[in-house]
Structure formats: C-alpha cells, structure tokens
Ligand binder design. Sequence first.
Ligand code: IMP
Ligand code: MG
Length: 175
Amino acid sequence: MDSKIELIPVLRKDDIQKRIVEIARIISSDFANSELVLIGILKGSFIFLSDLARRLSIPVMIDFIELSSYGNKTESSGSVKLTKDIGIDIRSKEALIVEDIVDTGLSIEFLYEHLKSLGPKRVKICALLDKRSRRESNIKIDYACHIVGEGFYVGYGLDYAENYRHLPDIYHLKF
Ligand code: IMP
Ligand code: MG
C-alpha cells in the first residue's frame, strides 16, 4: 500500500457496539410481529450486519445483494449496477437494507427502487455511517448509527481498494 496513507481513528469498537445496541433495540420494537428480512449490501456491510443481527430481539431472515462498486477510486461513478440479487422472496415481507455508508445516496436509491419492485410491504434503510452533507438524492435513511463529515472512511467492513475491511475500529483515510 501507499506509504503516504495515514489512518486517523474516528470511531472505536466500543462506540460502534454501543450505538448498534441502541439501534437494534429500536429496530426490534419497530418490526415486532412482522416478517423482517435484513438485506446486507456486499461487501462493506458484512461485519455491521453480523453484529446488528445478533443484537436484535426479534427473528429475522438474512440475505445479501451486491452492487457495482467504486473500484479503486474514492468517488462514486454515479452509475450503479446490480451484480448479485437476493434469493429470498420478499413479497409481503418487510425489507431492511443494511448498508455500511451512504454517501451521495445514489446506490441506496437504486437499490430501494429495485427492492420495491419485488413487492415487499415496506423497504426501510439502516446505515452504519451517514455522510449526509454529500447527499445527491432525497432518499430517507430510517436508521443511521453515526453521522460523519466528508472524507473517506475505512475499517469495520469498509474498504479502500479492498484493504482495511478487517480493522475493528473505523478510521479516516488521509492521502
Ligand atoms: P453512494 O452511492 O455515493 O451513496 O456510495 C455508497 C457506496 O460507496 C457505499 O456502499 C460504499 O461502498 C462506498 N463508499 C462511499 N463512501 C465511502 C467511504 O468513505 N469509505 C468506504 N466506502 C465508501
Ligand atoms: Mg458498499
């Protein structure tokens, strides 16, 4: 990796877990008595989804979907493509998208419309990080764990060119 890259700690694992407990409590209450399917967006959400799912006090089904990614760049190309669809039939169920970070919102908006077309009762969105100031879409994030400023974040599932996903804390990547 580039030796000039610096990792500045932003969220420690304890703070991440504390907030997940709070969000999980809200989600468990909002979706009590409903058939809920968690839909994680690969690959960035895999750690967040696994921690969130284990904090819920309601039964859920779990599936994953994959969208085309940034590649090795840190800016969205603006064009989003579906590379792997869900396998669970979500007709008449509740769908909760679980995303690592929402930036422009274009990926999540695309996914929201796609899932809507599959006939669920509702589609809601949960994001670990919300980079709100960069939003280019009117999409509503129903459950946002942490609002973060501009910049590029890695760790706890989030990558830069497929690196840093394994780190337990979240860092701001400085080039
Ligand atoms: P959006 O379509 O601009 O909202 O981009 C969302 C997607 O870009 C996320 O699913 C991430 O995979 C990726 N992304 C955006 N910002 C970051 C970041 O700061 N770190 C790592 N990935 C990011
Ligand atoms: Mg992603």
